[in-house]
Design a protein. Sequence first.
Length: 329
Amino acid sequence: MPAQPAKHMEELLHPLQHLLALLGLLRPRINWFNLTILLLIPLDAAHEIPKIPLRCYTLLWSLGYYFITMLCITAGYHRLWSHRSYNASKPLQWFLAVFGAGAMQGSIRSWRDQGEIPPPRYPIEMSDLAEDSVLDTQDQYYRALSLFMGWIFPAFVAGLGWGDWKGGVLDAGILRAFFVQQATFSVNPLAHWVGGQPYGDRRSARNSGWVAVVTLGEGYHNFHHEFPGDYRCGVEWWQVDVTKWMIFGWMVVGMAGGLKRFSRGQRKLNIESRFVYDVGEFMKEHPGGERLPELYIKGDVTYEFNGDVYNHSDEARDRLAMMRVAVRP
């Protein structure tokens, strides 16, 4: 009979042993610092929400600090250091690096390495990042800096400003950082799933306006994947790209320069009889005026070229042949 309790105990321990073995396998792959910052502490903070009343000033400060830290991710971590789409003065770089740490998404180097660059097949030139004093300092002191700028600094502002120390830690600190993180991380899944593809459909990236709202412009992902070096993501006047406007404003006051942008006139391409032609330099010489070929940019003009609009001469066909750049599959 004594063997039965032992057998029963063995049955109970068997699943536990499997769980412990699984945790043992996962342990080397888990970044416990990031797991604690990104998930465990925000879950505990959410449990405390009903106990601490939300003050109006604390709400406004939380929204304002969300804007500041998100801007430092989009304009700093992403468009400046990941894509070098513009140049920033040292004071601006320090601002973006220090307050960017308040988003608690890792140092600039780790964010760029893990978030933007796939495993390289060949060595990548990164000496511009390796020899940067701003990045060196932020990387060296990142954990202390992120804890201070992420939680302690917003608590000091709320506490010294209007006496709401707990709200400063909970709302402007922990929960604000959590929402900045989730908004940033939403770009890759959602902006590859929801929205249009006006600039190219060879990749899954899409333009998602509502993702752009919470990320200060990062949701226009289709444009960004086609022109990653452009300081803008939303290029139309009506598109909500707050980051673009801020970078442009910094340029106006002399804190930024070298803003890179693709030119709508880089390539004027159209197709005639399966051949692709670059007609950009010829458009001003077109006998029918520049406006007519402009209508057919990125379009197939086979029928128009051969009689629907005008049946072109042999001389025109010879001249067009000199503009041939590719063959359509």
